[in-house]
Design a protein around this ligand. Structure first.
Ligand SMILES: [Zn+2]
Length: 303
């Protein structure tokens, strides 16, 4: 177990304790919050090597409040595709896709069973995925016949750059979000896009649920971002944030009128406890050596 020594977004070492909660295995975790940028994180951080065991077969096939009922069922697959299509429309994906040439490459990090990889493949993308779950990767490779590998993204090497990299509900699970974003910038073509969806802290429907918030699943979720600190992280790593929208309330029971109304308000008024962000790599990276430094003496002479 490790502790975060300083915030990787703002560098602060000043944290506030929010509350403690136990994992199903009985380990106690404290949720801490950076006093400067409001990043929330688990203390201690769960061991990186132990994380894969949380995403074994049960996570994807057994009904719990943490994983999925049956991730491999066609019903859940259709539901995931429906949500993805909604998100893609809102984030401007279809307009972006139209501008690309015939060869389009994508990478989905934390692709699970590969449904998004498959969705893009059906749209004629050269689509790839990586995940740490052996069960998911086997399903994606053997049943859906996709280009999916079981790999740690930070160690993965690719022979060509991508037009699109996606992290659908994945970054909150990962130990080094800052390094992931840095590598994504490197692995994208100039002008390429990064889409991130993640649960969202800050002013939203979460405030009614506090420690019972539906996404406070310890220790699967390690980091919790706000739209502000995520934007800051992306911009500091060199991305331009193009669009952010939020959705989801978790308010009331699923299928009720109350939930429908709360979800509507969440989407319309930036009150969702989920957010989707589109960030773009600059078309041309300006190297420092290429910048023309004004000569102060010359400027003076011209006046
Ligand atoms: Zn911070």
């Amino acid at each position: 177990m490790q502790n975060l020594s300083h915030c990787f977004i703002c560098g602060s070492k000043s944290f506030r304790e929010l509350f403690q909660k136990s994992s199903p295995a009985g380990f106690s975790f404290t949720l801490k919050k950076c006093r400067s940028c409001s990043l929330e994180f688990l203390d201690p951080l769960p061991d990186e090597d132990d994380i894969a065991k949380y995403y074994g077969q049960e996570y994807f096939s057994k009904r719990t409040d943490r994983g999925y009922d049956d991730y491999f069922s066609s019903q859940l697959r259709r539901e995931i595709e429906r949500v993805i299509k909604l998100n893609l429309g809102d984030i401007g994906f279809f307009k972006y896709e139209k501008k690309l040439g015939p060869v389009k490459r994508s990478l989905d990090i934390g692709c699970a069973a590969g449904y998004f990889v498959n969705y893009l493949k059906e749209r004629q993308w050269d689509s790839y995925g990586i995940d740490i779950s052996a069960e998911c990767v086997n399903f994606a490779k053997n049943t859906l016949k996709l280009n999916v590998e079981r790999e740690n993204y930070l160690k993965a090497q690719f022979n060509a750059k991508f037009d699109l990299i996606t992290l659908w509900a994945t970054i909150e699970h990962l130990h080094h979000p800052d390094l992931i974003i840095e590598k994504a910038l490197h692995d994208l073509k100039p002008g390429g896009c990064l889409y991130i969806s993640t649960c969202r802290t800050g002013f939203n429907f979460k405030i009614f649920q506090r420690a019972k918030w539906r996404y406070y699943n310890f220790p699967e979720h390690i980091f919790y971002f706000s739209s502000t600190n995520m934007t800051r992280l992306l911009e500091e790593k060199g991305f331009t944030v193009k669009k952010i929208f939020t959705y989801g309330s978790g308010f009331g029971n699923a299928g009720t009128m109350l939930r429908t109304c709360a979800d509507f308000i969440a989407r319309q008024f930036f009150m969702g406890d989920m957010m989707v962000i589109a960030a773009q790599k600059e078309l041309q990276e300006i190297r420092e050596s290429e910048c023309i430094q004004p000569d102060p003496l010359k400027s003076y002479a011209l006046q």
